[in-house]
Design a protein around this ligand. Structure first.
Ligand code: FAD
Length: 450
């Protein structure tokens, strides 16, 4: 009996097990442009942990690779299927099971979309804070599996800081619970956070208990222009004293791309910082004074929520403006915040060497930069240079004490860089951990660790 027939029999005729190649092909890739992918033999649109358990047990006993898929918004090839794999999609497991106002938690199925939870929490005066730019379509399971970040994470921390407990289906098919709904727990080793950022290589997250916060007040927004990125980056370090709930940077290359599309008046700026404060709004004036120590060209702020949309527009347009110029490769590295200026200077130098536009923007407040390489559509030589530059950017970050990925994950595109920042002993420990959870190496093989 084929694997498809056997699985179909085990799961029952009402299971959504898809084998039509035209449909399964649409489940074979995430949003990473040059990551490899191969057709899965089937896609299971799972409806419950029990169903996943049955499929996993069968896959494990028959050494079938299993690729877990949330919404497929990833940027590292993490959800890309490998040859003859079974893709297990969580998209149908999209129920918010409980919102407990008194304990400030939500219990959700892993396929719930990030923004759907925040919208539901709003009704209770609460908020689910982690805010990846993909929050209107990425899943909470995918967010946990990549430890997704976002703009407010400079103050509130990345996804992992908001996960209290989870249900996981192991490679063996066994269903386990990790963590507690309590705000604090130090009982036994913290296996819960081992699963945060594990990118589908240790098990499938089926349910999450998430922290909800009292909804912060509408923020004040400040925008400041500087003559150079090094001045803006130095100002960003100083501005952290005000506990910003957003602190973003945009470089001149990206500003020019935005100006060419939507003129916003940034043509003379070398760099822009955008900051939000959601607690002490009166500190905006002091923050502006601080900016003056770093050769501020111009700065404005407002506590009117209607103005915020205008003031953060340049940051929101950063990536789409670069996308308009050609094919893009969006990198993701994290650095010590004090190294941002040097990093940007070295990437600008690289841009000249490889003769490609590289716009840089990112989360200045936590050192997470997104250099975006642009090349002409259909120019294969330029595409090749862009791919090499993508790796060189990672190496620049690593040489400055940074890391290969701040939030998008290692996936299938960056395992080769891991050994440049992690010792062999630690890699061996990581492989040993993987073996404990996935002895037959069926879960997302070739991803996350080398
Ligand atoms: C326009 C755009 C903007 C983005 N902005 C941000 C941003 O600001 N911050 C950020 O961090 N990322 C961002 N991303 C990247 C992406 O949205 C995140 O990595 C997101 O967390 C992926 O969620 P997903 O549900 O789409 O997961 P997928 O892409 O489907 O999967 C991502 C990884 O998680 C694994 N996985 C998914 N679900 C589960 C599960 N239930 N159990 C176990 N493993 C699982 C997959 O196997 C894969 O390795 C952006 C992407 C786009 C396209």
């Amino acid at each position: 009996m084929s694997h498809l027939a056997a699985l179909s029999k085990l799961l029952g005729s009402d299971a959504s097990l898809i084998s039509d190649p035209d449909i399964t092909a649409s489940y074979s890739r995430d949003q990473a442009p040059f990551a490899s992918a191969a057709a899965p033999f089937a896609v299971l649109l799972a409806r419950s942990a029990a169903e996943i358990s049955i499929a996993m047990k069968y896959a494990n006993e028959n050494s079938i690779p299993v690729v877990t898929r949330g919404a497929g918004s990833g940027l590292s090839g993490g959800a890309n299927s490998t040859a003859d794999s079974l893709v297990i999609s969580l998209e149908k497991m999209n129920q918010i099971l409980e919102i407990d106002r008194a304990n400030q938690i939500a219990r959700v199925q892993a396929g719930v979309i990030n923004l759907d939870l925040d919208t539901a929490a709003k009704e209770f005066g609460l908020a689910y804070l982690p805010d990846p730019a993909s929050r209107d379509w990425s899943s909470l399971g995918g967010n946990a599996a990549t430890n997704a970040g976002g703009m407010c994470c400079v103050k509130y921390g990345v996804t992992g800081a908001h996960v209290r407990a989870m249900q996981v289906v192991l490679a063996s098919g066994e269903i386990i619970e990790l963590g507690k709904a309590t705000k604090k727990s130090v009982t036994t080793y913290d296996l819960l956070h081992l699963f945060i950022g594990s990118e589908g290589t240790l098990g499938i997250i089926t349910e999450l208990t998430l922290n909800l916060e009292i909804r912060p007040a509408a923020p004040s927004t400040l925008i400041a222009t500087f003559p150079s990125v090094s001045k803006a980056a130095a100002a960003a370090v100083a501005l952290r004293q005000y506990r910003p709930s957003m602190l973003e940077i945009v470089d001149q290359t990206t500003l020019k791309a935005v100006e060419a599309w939507h003129p916003l008046g940034f043509e003379v700026a070398g760099s822009v910082l955008i900051m939000q404060l959601d607690e002490n709004h009166s500190l905006c004036e002091a923050a502006l004074e601080t900016c003056k120590q770093f050769d501020l060209i111009d700065g404005v702020y407002s506590d009117d929520p209607a103005d915020a949309t205008d003031l953060i527009r340049v940051r929101k347009l950063a990536y789409p403006a670069l996308e308009r110029m050609g094919a893009t490769l969006l990198d993701d590295v994290a650095l010590p915040i004090t190294k941002i200026a040097e990093f940007v200077e070295r990437v600008e130098k690289l841009s000249k060497e490889v003769n490609l536009t590289i716009g840089i923007f990112g989360h200045a407040g936590d050192g997470n930069m997104h250099p975006t390489i642009v090349h002409d559509h259909g120019d294969l030589a330029a595409a090749e240079r862009a791919q090499q530059a993508f790796g060189q950017i990672v190496e620049i970050a690593q040489s400055l004490g940074g890391t290969a990925s701040g939030e998008h994950g290692i996936g299938s595109i960056k395992p080769g860089f891991v050994t440049k920042e992690i010792s062999k002993t630690v890699i061996d420990l990581q492989r040993a951990v993987k073996k404990v959870f996935d002895p037959n190496s069926i879960l997302n093989p070739g991803k996350k660790i080398p």
